[in-house]
Ligand binder design. Sequence first.
Ligand code: NAI
Ligand code: MG
Length: 493
Amino acid sequence: MSAATESGTFAAPAIRQKGILIGDEWSPAVSGKTFQTINPATEEVICEVAEGDKADVDRAARAARAAFESGPWSKMDARDRGQLLLKLADLMEENLDELAALETLDNGKPIGDARAADLPLAIDCLRYYAGWADKITGDTIPVRGDYFCYTRREPVGVCGQIIPWNFPILMVAWKWGPALATGNTIVMKPAEQTPLSCLRMGELALEAGFPAGVINIVPGYGPTAGAAIVKHPLIDKVAFTGSGETAQRIMADASTTLKRLTFELGGKSPNIVFADADLDAAITGAEFGLFFNQGQCCCAGSRLFVEEAVHEEFVERVVARANQRVLGNPFDTGTTQGPQVDKDQFDKIMGYIDSGSKEGATCATGGQRVGDRGFFIEPTVFTNVTDEMSIAREEIFGPVMSILKFSEMDEAISRANNTTFGLAAAVWTSDAKKAHKIAASVRAGTVWVNCYDVFDAAAPFGGFKMSGMGRELGEAGLANYTELKTVTVNLGE
Ligand code: NAI
Ligand code: MG
């Protein structure tokens, strides 16, 4: 177990669960296969986890269907569903250090971030949606004639939930909160890179008292377990967070069963700094908005537009900040940057660093691997970046900042919008008019003004354009998990 110290080095947690959760039972895969999950800081194998595929997804879908259609969950009062979510949130809080350490072990993120960001946000999300459980209401509709017409918002049914590795436990909370508050059942597939915290959450959910079959977890790979979820006829909906390419595959695979789909995908979010901004704050925000979580954020501020007049000073100061980041053992509380999640991501990022230099950008700092064990990459800053370079167009998903220069607000807006993505954007300025003009003009699901990466369970999040479909969090997040039913009652003769 991890030591609950505020500073120093945390211990790696014990691994309690490596199986598949179906109903209220843990089992190996039907095939008997397992896969390795790796510690990205050391490249050592942490353990073998059951490798679910089509046969396991089928068992999970049947269990979820049965729990949805009969049994205690289907008859439970809404307020009691909310109580279960609150209980789960309490159990997470009681086991916060262990869950944070699991996240650090499997993903590589600094323990300080896992304890201060991932876990509190996940707990808050479950509590927020617990409060909605008994507040999902319909309308009465004034139709013509002697009829009483009303609507009910009913659960969609069995929800397939496929999540990525960058915020494993937070993605569990974003997906489970609204689905469970509204009375659905779940078949979840965690990412193959980071299954451990999700499996521990399954144990805590059973301990909280969720009935058998409400939450089923099938660890495994995308093209096998993931695709089986997308194609299964007993599953009504798929909620997915990950890459655009996989979302396109999912959309095609879901067409035969016409599943409801929600997607939270990548981005190339513009972070726009005007010369009249509080530069200290903007530099802090630019660093955090790009390097947080090793740059593995869908909303990373990866196109940093800086107004000409302050460009030189900004670059100098942001480079100094990048150089102060502390790379190292993610279990040390002083570490601010851990390794990238796996070899594939590491190679992808190094490829972009290479292309940045080849396409003519200036590598102002970083650009190299750190050490020869673990997937560590130096905080990297490119200057003299132009709009058509691949580092300015494609999602790098790593600690690589691209700085672009601009001189006019209208130019900044049109360049910010010159992308197929539309997840997030930020603007730094002391001029309220400019701030609101940018907020209204940038085609993105979230705009931060004089801040970055401010998340709240009550505030909707999601993408315009190829960054997604639907919104998560907030009241808007409930819409993905309910079907609207109209009931018309004859009151006449
Ligand atoms: P991915 O989209 O392939 O994986 C995300 C999840 O989808 C995983 O659970 C995976 O097993 C599953 N999956 C993969 N193929 C599937 C299929 N055919 N059917 C159903 N499920 C499937 O993303 P990957 O390969 O891990 O990362 C590639 C890039 O995607 C990253 O470099 C980054 O640019 C982006 N990405 C964006 C994320 C976000 O938060 N929006 C999160 C993770 C990755
Ligand atoms: Mg993939």
